[in-house]
Design a protein around this ligand. Structure first.
Ligand SMILES: [Fe+2]
Length: 111
């Protein structure tokens, strides 16, 4: 009889704990999915920049590599490292919309 009362009390608690655990796992899976989608999006933009202007794409990739090295040396946490990488890869993305005669203009822009 006592065990039955104990089970009646514990059962909902255990169920709630399982629900919480399931939700935590689901949140982790969704967070991973968001990270993967973000990486794919940044990679796509970087490839678009490569297609628009190869030197700029290579420049952005190199900047990201250097940024990650510096970030690692400074002990930057993983989340900030991802921001550094994304910022470096996308910092020149505006060039995608710049006309060729401006993007490839030799000399100064004010001439
Ligand atoms: Fe740049």
């Amino acid at each position: 009889m006592g065990a039955s009362v104990l089970e009646e009390v514990l059962w909902p608690v255990q169920e709630a704990q399982l629900d919480t655990r399931r939700l935590e796992l689901r949140v982790k899976a969704l967070e991973q999915e968001v990270r993967s989608l973000r990486e794919a999006l940044v990679c796509s933009f970087n490839q678009m920049l490569d297609l628009r202007d190869l030197n700029t794409g290579v420049h952005s990739t190199r900047l990201a590599e250097w940024g990650m090295r510096v970030g690692r040396d400074l002990g930057v946490d993983e989340r900030r490292m991802a921001d550094i990488e994304m910022g470096a890869l996308l910092h020149d993305i505006g060039k995608v919309g710049v006309p060729d005669q401006i993007l490839n203009k030799p000399g100064r822009f004010d001439e």
